[in-house]
Design a binder for this molecule. Structure first.
Ligand SMILES: Nc1nc2c(ncn2[C@@H]2O[C@H](COP(=O)(O)OP(=O)(O)OP(=O)(O)O)[C@@H](O)[C@H]2O)c(=O)[nH]1
Ligand SMILES: [Mg+2]
Length: 209
């Protein structure tokens, strides 16, 4: 058996953070599939893989999603470890989700993320509920500037700016040499692993002639 051809140039780990109910899983689902549905709160940690081409590069994105509530210490550090990109999400209709980003989430990111140059994007979700909006775009932009994040407002429900969110993030990651280096190390590791599997002596009857 031959090693499977390498079908991506970089492998990146992206994660979603923010309060419960802000729409992290909905954003992920909206990005991954065309199907937008009402979903239940996340329990534990989940991840999805998406391959796409951005800026002429073939990327494999592993996007991690976890519960905004009830998280456990040991899980948190492995969740953040090695992340190349972090999406910090708040709900534009719930101010506490916005203030918690500074009070809680940004601190957690600083404490646990291991890539000094990882790219962060602040996302104000649920802009389709404009009448209920309590956090202005200007406030979002100011917070993003304070925490050295990029900024975007979007709606997982209408899909407005969802593709852009992930695309902008990956484009920025592709500009950072240290992230490219660790992203391609991961690719090399995967190829090596595949080769080792392919070279393993066959234990079945297929080679016994
Ligand atoms: N109107 C509107 N509702 C949304 C949007 N995004 C998510 N929702 C709804 O908000 C609720 C919470 O969404 P989730 O995606 O489960 O939120 P979460 O951040 O993953 O929550 P946890 O898993 O508990 O951390 C669901 O009822 C979604 O349908 C949006 O852009 N617009
Ligand atoms: Mg969720």
């Amino acid at each position: 058996m031959k090693a499977s051809p390498r079908n991506y140039d970089y492998s990146f780990k992206i994660l979603l953070a923010g309060d419960s109910g802000v729409g992290k899983s909905s954003l992920l689902l909206s990005f991954i599939s065309n199907f937008v549905q009402d979903i239940s709160p996340t329990i534990g940690v989940d991840f999805k893989i998406k391959q796409l081409s951005v800026g002429g590069k073939r990327l494999k994105l592993t996007i991690w999603d976890t519960a905004g509530q009830e998280r456990f210490g040991t899980v948190i550090s492995s969740y953040y470890r090695g992340a190349h990109g972090i999406i910090l999400v708040y709900d534009v209709t719930r101010r506490e989700t916005f203030t918690n980003l500074s009070n809680l989430w940004a601190k957690e990111v600083d404490r646990y993320s291991t890539n000094q140059e990882c790219i962060k994007i602040l996302v104000g979700n649920k802009v389709d509920r404009d009448k209920e909006r309590v956090v202005t775009r200007e406030e979002g932009m100011a917070l993003a500037q304070e925490h050295k994040c990029f900024f975007l407002e979007c709606s997982a429900k209408t899909k407005e700016n969802v593709q852009e969110c992930f695309k902008d993030l990956t484009l920025k990651m592709l500009e950072v040499p240290s992230l490219l280096e660790s992203g391609s190390v991961d690719v090399k590791r995967q190829i090596l692993k595949q080769k080792q599997v392919d070279q393993m002596p066959c234990s079945g009857t297929c080679c016994s002639q």
